[in-house]
Design a protein around this ligand. Structure first.
Ligand SMILES: NC(=O)c1ccc[n+]([C@@H]2O[C@H](COP(=O)([O-])OP(=O)(O)OC[C@H]3O[C@@H](n4cnc5c(N)ncnc54)[C@H](OP(=O)(O)O)[C@@H]3O)[C@@H](O)[C@H]2O)c1
Length: 332
């Protein structure tokens, strides 16, 4: 697989990574053996960029432990990215933040242990914390880099002003934010410009629209109780119908090229800039094979134009229900 650079600090990763969140949360039950097999299959196929977070284990380390176990035999050859910044005592989880210096250090030590490693390749702030100035956060991550515990600093769900302030203290290598054929907000705000200007890479999360852009979808109420898509606006009422129709049209474009709609969606992201590395998530080795195949897909100008006609501004329905992660591109 081709590699791409993220940021100006020397990090190079496979052009498609793997997100492991769904192996512990968000999209229904998962099986540990299958999850490990999926991570190892991804590695065999050339994926070397793996994404986890403290949050994905509900603070128990489950997701990081899974990833650490899966890559144990080839750890030096992969780039492990994890995240700090949520308050794990909040109920519901995801509603309070904690980027206080002592918590960042605590999460780093836990992540090192759970991942079975003595360095974290990428340490992201998962979401800005309104109570902690970003300069302080960047300072602590800078210290962890000096100490050799972290290699690269990343931000996630962050606005332009905050990115600039952080970068002035400790160089930021990448921003992770939601970006896909469905979620296009980044195209209309100044974040993209800031990333270009500062040479910061872009790691789109939920690049398959949380699975909608695979065509393998069903109405909200048919998902498991703990599956977040039961409440995702894209799956509700008229939105669902609009998005389903758009996905069918995208599928026609994909079929004409002999590829899946998931491949089309990932190839579309890769075509938006050389500084982009999507991290599709799956619990299945078979589906990882389908997604990785997108690295070899070339979209023509006509394909890109047709996709623009089908979804000029993205999906119907916003990315998070009201009240949850609503300040995802907040400046602190
Ligand atoms: N920074 C943040 O705030 C943030 C937020 C969300 C996610 N993330 C990261 O981004 C990663 C990816 O995002 P995501 O998992 O939310 O969404 P995604 O990659 O857009 O979609 C994942 C969903 O698509 C399904 N899927 C994947 N490939 C498929 C295929 N080829 N055919 C059919 N279904 C397929 C998966 O189901 P199966 O498992 O059954 O294949 C899963 O339900 C996460 O794992 C996480 O690491 C970060």
């Amino acid at each position: 697989m081709q590699t791409r650079s993220l940021g100006q600090q020397g990090l190079k990763v496979s052009s498609i990574g793997l997100g492991t969140m769904g192996m512990s949360m968000a999209y229904g039950p998962s099986n540990e053996d299958e999850a490990i097999a999926t991570i190892r299959r991804a590695y065999e196929l050339g994926v070397n960029f793996f994404d986890t977070a403290e949050l994905y284990g509900y603070g128990t380390g489950h997701n990081e432990q899974l990833l650490g176990k899966a890559v144990k035999d080839f750890r030096e050859k992969v780039v492990l990215a994890t995240k700090f910044g949520f308050d794990m005592t909040a109920e519901p989880l995801g509603t309070r933040f904690n980027s206080r210096p002592e918590n960042i250090r605590k999460v780093a030590e836990n992540s090192l242990r759970y991942l079975q490693t003595d360095y974290i390749d990428v340490f992201y702030q998962h979401i800005p914390d309104p109570d902690v100035p970003i300069e302080e956060v960047a300072g602590v991550v800078g210290e962890l880099i000096q100490e050799g515990k972290v290699k690269y600093f990343g931000l996630s769900n962050t606005g332009s002003k905050t990115i600039r302030k952080a970068h002035a203290v400790t160089p930021v290598s990448m921003l992770q934010t939601e970006y896909s054929v469905f979620e296009r907000e980044i195209e209309d705000n100044d974040i993209r410009m800031t990333l270009n200007e500062l040479g910061i890479g872009l790691v789109p999360y939920s690049p398959l629209g949380r699975g909608f852009l695979t065509g393998a979808v069903k109405p909200a109420q048919e998902y498991a109780e703990d599956d977040m898509r039961r409440h995702d606006e894209r799956w509700q009422g008229e939105n669902y119908i609009y998005n389903l129709r758009a996905t069918e049209q995208l599928n026609e474009v994909a079929s004409n090229k002999g590829i899946s709609v998931a491949e089309l969606a990932l190839a579309w992201l890769l075509a938006q800039g050389e500084d982009i590395v999507p991290i599709p998530g799956t619990r299945s080795a078979k589906r990882v094979e389908q997604n990785v195949a997108a690295a070899n897909v070339n979209l023509t100008e006509a394909d890109l134009q047709r996709i623009k006609e089908i979804l000029p501004h993205g999906s119907a329905g916003s990315r998070y229900p009201a009240g949850m992660m609503e300040n995802f591109t907040r400046d602190s």
